[in-house]
Design a protein around this ligand. Sequence first.
Ligand code: C6P
Length: 417
Amino acid sequence: MSEFDVDRIREDFPILGTKPNGKPLVFLDSASTSQKPRQVIKAVNDYYENYNSNIHRGLYSISMKSTDAYIKSKELAAKLINAESYRNIVYCRNTTDAINIIALSYAEPLIKQGDRILITDMEHHSNIVPWLMLARRKKAVLEHAALVDKSFIDMDDFRKKLENKPKIVAFTHASNVLGTINDVKTMTKLAHDAGATVIVDAAQSVPHMPIDVKEIDCDFMAFSSHKMLGPSGIGVLYGKEELLEETTPAIVGSDMIRSVTFESADWNELPWKFESGTPNIEGAIGLGAAIEYLNRIGLGRIRQHEMDTVKYALKRIGETEGMNVYGPGSKDVHRKGGVISFNISGAHPHDVSTIFDTEGIAIRAGHHCAMPLVNGILGQAAVSRMSFYLYTKQEEIDKALDAVEKVKRVLRLDKKR
Ligand code: C6P
């Protein structure tokens, strides 16, 4: 196998050659959204320039071409996560949308007064609020499994809460704040043994590591194209066929219908019955190109590169005074994705981010849409976060650590200590 050549990979990403503040862009915010390679941009352009047309509707050649490209994209998405077929792949807007679709269509009729829904303390708002609203509508109970060491799901607490027989158990595969990679296979098995339906939020895992839904055995999985080199506005809801079959769609109209009269309507076959209205065709085509790109590089190698990057970053941070890191440390790097949240003693994360920006370095600062975790468990109003991807270079970590020193100088933190 050829060497993992980051410089060669970076050539495919036009934006990485730009200088937003007169300084080369150091993009350390891929957990928020990833950059896009030329191959994805070209695939989207090619659709618009050469065969822009609606899918499933036209009996003319360019419409058939766009339909074929749309289905090919779904086949690639299915293969990426080892789903049985493209019938298991529903395209929607993003991870948030996918989880809402499950909550509003599958879970809505299932959950009754007094039922329990179990999530965890490290969830993103997208995997909290749809369940919170459902619990409120049904007078059900939303429970959340605790963490140990402010880093890992407390499996004893998870098991204990499963004794209450929740009907829905939903958890993230990888935390967007801590970086923690959860043992979703074991969690799914435990939840199934307790009789629950399992939803995995894979927004931060599918882009970064090999995933096998058959091995995990989850019932539903959600992820977003924009975090995996693809366009925004398109996301994936994977579902087991029998569950998708038995679910009545919540959003109806247009092509998701087989037949309609003024008295009744019945649904199209899978996966179309969950895709009402004209879908994001260019997004699907771009996502297909993104998956082909990821396959060419290899997700196993991307995961290894990110682990090496995290290891290096944690070592450099360990040598730097005044930095607090959240989530698993160096000894647990095999359980941590390419995400490092940190604070610099005495500096507000918004100031940190602004000062980093003067050096061309993009990081995210705030609650990262995980307020119960950041404000509650970590006890912070906000944290700064660097996140990595296949194009991240070690010298970019060095630049970030130089920027930490600049933060200390600008805010005169050394004098305050
Ligand atoms: N996290 C971040 O900067 P959407 O926005 O629907 O594509 O993804 C939502 C989502 C769901 N689950 C997890 C674990 C996530 O990390 C995200 C998105 C971004 O961390 C934007 S808040």
